[in-house]
Ligand binder design. Structure first.
Ligand code: UDP
Length: 346
C-alpha cells in the first residue's frame, strides 16, 4: 500500500489527481456487453473497472424461497482476487456480504417488484479493478444492467461517495483519499433525490453532513446523465439501421434489376452449356437459336422436330395409351357383367 500523502489538496484547490473538490472522476459505461446475461453493463470510473450482469426474472427454486407477492432480488458484490494491490482471498467475506446487502437495498426501491411474484432476479457485480468507491460503482452499473434486462423500474439509482480530506469535503474519493482521509460517506439516491443508501466511516459535523448530501446530489445527477446516455446508446444503435420515410425503397427498380439479372443468368447458362457440351450439342443449340430467329418454320422442319420428340418418348406414349384404353375396357366389361346379372335377376 502506498504511503499517506502529506497534502491531499494543493494551494490551487486541486486534488492529487488534478480534480477540483466537487468533481467526479471520468466515467464511461457500455451496455449489453455479455451475450448470455439478460442485461449487462461494463463501467470504468477513474481506475475502477466493474462488470454487472442481470439474470431474470425467472422462476425461483427452491420454491420455499419464493415470495408470494413480489420478486426476490439477489445481489452479489464480488471483488476479483486480482482487483487490488494485495491479492484478495476469493469467495464471500464479511465486507462483501455487507456491501451486497446494503447495495441491493439501494436499488430495490425503484424496481417494480410486485410484477413478478414467485420469481427471482439475480444481479452480479464483479469488481475487476478497484480504486475506491467500488460499491457505488457497482450500484451504478447494476442499475443500467437492470434496465438493459428490461426490468420495469420507476427510475434509476445513482451512487457516489463524499469524503473529508485536509479538513475539506471532497466528492468521489480516490484510493489515497479513501484510505487516509478523515471520512468516507457513500450514498445512493433516486432521480428525485430520495436517499436509498448512506453509510459513514469517520467523523463529520452535522453541517458538513448536510453539505455532503448536497455535493453527493450533484455528483449523482451527473452520473445519472451518463447512465441515461448509456441506455439511449442502445436504442440509437437500432435507429441507425432503420429506413427513414425519405429513403423509401424503389420496388420497381429492384424488380427490374432482378429480372435483368435472371435474363443474364439464362444467357449465361446457355453459354455455359455450349461451352461444356460436345460438338453435337453445340450444333443443336445453334440450330435451336437459328429456329428462334428464323421466320416461321416450314412444314418439313416441323415434322422433323415432331419426329425427334416422338423418337424420345415413343415407348412411353404407347404404354400410356394402352393403359388408358384398357381402363375403359375394364369399365365397359364390368358394366356389361353388371347388366347381365340384372337381367338374370329379372
Ligand atoms: N481495498 C483493498 N482490499 C480490500 C478491500 C478494499 O485493497 O480487501 C481497497 C480497494 O481499492 C477499495 C478501497 O480499498 O476500492 C476502498 O474500500 P472500501 O471498503 O472503502 O470500499 P469501496 O470504497 O471500494 O466501496
Amino acid at each position: 500500500m502506498s504511503d499517506k500523502p502529506e497534502k491531499f489538496i494543493d494551494e490551487n484547490g486541486l486534488r492529487l489527481d488534478g480534480r477540483r473538490v466537487d468533481e467526479i472522476r471520468p466515467m464511461k459505461m457500455e451496455i449489453g456487453v455479455l451475450s448470455r446475461a439478460d442485461g449487462s453493463c461494463y463501467l470504468e470510473w477513474g481506475k475502477n473497472k466493474v462488470l454487472a450482469a442481470v439474470y431474470g426474472p425467472r422462476e425461483l427454486h427452491p420454491r420455499r424461497l419464493q415470495k408470494a407477492d413480489s420478486v426476490l432480488i439477489r445481489y452479489r458484490y464480488n471483488m476479483a482476487a486480482f482487483s487490488v494491490e494485495d491479492r484478495i482471498r476469493p469467495g464471500p467475506s464479511r465486507r462483501s456480504i455487507e456491501i451486497s446487502k446494503v447495495s441491493r437495498e439501494a436499488f430495490e426501491p425503484v424496481v417494480l417488484t410486485h410484477l413478478y411474484p414467485g420469481a427471482v432476479i439475480d444481479v452480479f457485480a464483479e469488481v475487476l479493478q478497484a480504486d475506491a468507491g467500488t460499491r457505488t460503482a457497482a450500484i451504478n452499473a447494476a442499475c443500467v444492467a437492470l434496465a438493459d434486462a428490461g426490468i420495469p423500474m420507476k427510475g434509476l439509482v445513482s451512487a457516489c461517495a463524499v469524503g473529508k480530506v485536509d479538513g475539506q469535503l471532497v466528492l468521489d474519493l480516490n484510493k489515497p483519499e479513501d484510505n487516509y482521509g478523515d471520512a468516507d460517506i457513500p450514498m445512493a439516491m433516486t432521480s428525485d433525490g430520495e436517499i436509498t443508501l448512506v453509510q459513514m466511516d469517520g467523523d463529520v459535523t452535522p453541517e458538513e453532513f448536510k453539505k455532503a448530501i448536497e455535493m453527493c446530489k450533484e455528483g449523482c445527477r451527473q452520473i445519472m446523465e451518463i447512465q441515461k446516455e448509456t441506455l439511449r446508446s442502445k436504442f440509437t444503435k437500432l435507429e441507425d439501421v432503420d429506413i427513414s420515410d425519405d429513403e423509401e425503397v424503389d420496388v420497381s427498380s429492384i424488380v427490374e434489376s432482378a429480372l435483368e439479372s435472371s435474363e443474364n443468368d439464362v444467357e449465361d447458362e446457355e453459354e455455359a452449356e455450349v461451352e461444356s457440351g460436345d460438338a453435337d450439342q453445340e450444333d443443336e443449340v445453334e440450330d435451336a437459336d437459328e429456329d428462334l430467329d428464323d421466320e416461321p418454320e416450314s412444314e418439313d422442319d416441323e415434322d422433323e422436330d415432331l419426329d425427334s420428340v416422338e423418337s424420345h418418348s415413343d415407348f412411353e406414349a404407347v404404354e400410356l395409351v394402352e393403359d388408358f384404353e384398357e381402363s375403359f375396357t375394364d369399365v365397359d366389361e364390368e358394366d356389361a357383367t353388371e347388366d347381365e346379372d340384372d337381367e338374370e335377376k329379372d
